[in-house]
Design a protein around this ligand. Structure first.
Ligand SMILES: [Zn+2]
Length: 300
């Protein structure tokens, strides 16, 4: 989950932070040898390296696919450093990954209550989902951690820097979030399919549990509430799970070419569009599976 509190053309509505001043202000370690800048709280070098490698390899893939690489700075933070860097509205929500200002990406280094809040007791899950959750998030000591899923979201957050820095017009908040989930799913499926269980089990689990716990489930409400995270962090997580699942369906229906076509369409269409114009364009110029996210939102 991730908020990128962006406006639709991608500029920040929550914070304008200079990356030099931000990184000077606290005692973080820096990784060298990577295309992007990465800082981490001391004691978390292995995590930082693993996330850095993942993002570096994804960056190579996307450069080949869409011909663009943004400039980003990633912060992998321990709880004691979170509030110094996190967006104002998320200082109290350790673990909520976000893209601060189209350049600075904030993610947590440690398991935390926010991640745990999404995981019910595993013995209460259906057998099918319990197997997926154990495989993806089970630890050697018998506990569970959603870290394998949330680590992947660094790439979701980096995706927002691709679209904003390249000047894509996302048109709708749901598209801004769907697009970066398509990036993440496409990269994992194409190049690191061993990570698919970690990427898919969490959304499967949340969606299988139904919508009774969530006040907001419509796309209209998502558009209305997104700028202020007015649906709350948990309900926002549900929307993200829908959009991760949609990204999976799109990749499975159309393959990796959909990402390239969608990138081109959103770069070319800078005009604002009605819902029906937008969805018609997606169907004609990209793939029916992308239009179906809007058309079939309430049907599954
Ligand atoms: Zn996002």
């Amino acid at each position: 989950m991730l908020i990128t509190v962006l406006n639709l053309s991608g500029s920040s509505s929550i914070a304008q932070v200079n990356s030099n001043s931000i990184s000077d202000s606290i005692p973080l370690e820096q990784l060298s040898g990577y295309k992007q800048i990465l800082y981490y709280s001391s004691g978390h070098k292995d995590r930082a390296l693993s996330i850095a490698d993942f993002m570096e390899n994804a960056g190579i893939y996307f450069q080949n696919e869409i011909g663009f690489t943004p400039k980003t700075t990633l912060f992998v933070l321990a709880p004691e450093h979170w509030a110094t860097y996190a967006a104002k509205s998320l200082k109290e929500v350790y673990g909520f990954p976000h893209n601060l200002d189209n350049e600075n990406l904030i993610i947590a280094a440690e398991n935390n209550d926010f991640w745990k809040s999404f995981l019910p007791p595993v013995d209460q899950l259906s057998a099918e989902i319990a197997i997926q959750v154990k495989l993806a998030y089970g630890q050697s000591d018998g506990s569970y951690s959603m870290q394998p899923f949330f680590d992947l979201l660094a790439l979701h957050e980096m995706g927002h820097s691709y679209t904003s820095q390249a000047g894509l017009e996302m048109n709708r908040y749901w598209m801004a979030e769907l697009f970066v989930n398509i990036m993440l799913h496409t990269y994992v499926a194409e190049k690191q399919p061993e990570l698919l269980p970690a990427l898919e089990a969490f959304p499967n689990m949340v969606l299988k549990a139904g919508t009774a716990d969530y006040q907001y489930t419509s796309l209209e409400d998502f558009e209305k509430l997104y700028p202020t995270l007015g649906m709350g962090t948990k309900n926002y997580g549900w929307y993200q799970c829908k959009l991760h699942s949609a990204a999976k369906d799109i990749y499975n229906a159309g393959g990796s070419i959909v990402l390239k076509k969608l990138w081109t369409a959103l770069k070319n269409h800078q005009e604002s569009m009605t819902d029906s114009d937008f969805v018609g364009m997606l169907e004609r110029e990209v793939h029916i599976s992308v239009a179906n996210v809007y058309l079939n939102w309430n049907n599954h």
